[in-house]
Design a protein around this ligand. Sequence first.
Ligand code: DC
Length: 229
Amino acid sequence: MTIQIITIDGPSGSGKGTLAAKLADHYQFHLLDSGALYRLLGLSLHKKDLLDSLEDQQGLKQSVTIATALDICFQSTEQGISILLDGEDVTQTIRTERVGEFASKVAAIPELRAALLSRQRAFVRLPGLVADGRDMATSVFPEAQAKIYLTASAASRAERRVKQLQAMGLDVKISDILANIQARDKRDMERTVAPLKPAVDAYIIDSSDLNIDEVFTLMTDFVNEKLAG
Ligand code: DC
């Protein structure tokens, strides 16, 4: 029996995470948040003081071993999904900007990306999977039945992020957030291994002027047609 896979790729702040969770809930599929794996590996290597040794052979070898054996657990709780690393709850910690930076370092190293491949593929289980990331359609699940690329202008992503941070009581400047987003986009799109780009057969949605419900409707119309075919 074919296990159906829906991939959602795109830049940070495009709304991928929210939409991927909504789709998984709608189709009752499993969910892979691949960014969380990069964040967990980044945090683990930081804790072991290896993040600055990725350029030397020995450090890289040790890091690949750690990536392959990473002790992680996604637990469903009443509050949502809890994420454990080596038995410790790091659900909040991995969402910080600092750990985002660690993840971004890790994501640029081909050997570490390769080490996370089988981990990501292990999420494919019946009845199906929604996979959220940057290279889900182009390199991890090229066989996916429905491929979506969700994007939005850097300006609208910056605006959304500022609102989120302000709601958390933080005082932020939109110009700083916009600069961060543009720098991260450039890094994600220009890296040589698995750069962020739409798969040739992806459905591209620009969410700059759409709300979540409008994007969700576009996605389910597309996915229903693909899964039926
Ligand atoms: O989506 P996120 O912010 O949680 O991703 C964290 C980092 O990991 C970000 O720098 C992009 C990178 N990443 C990646 O290279 N490939 C993926 N499939 C998912 C995330």
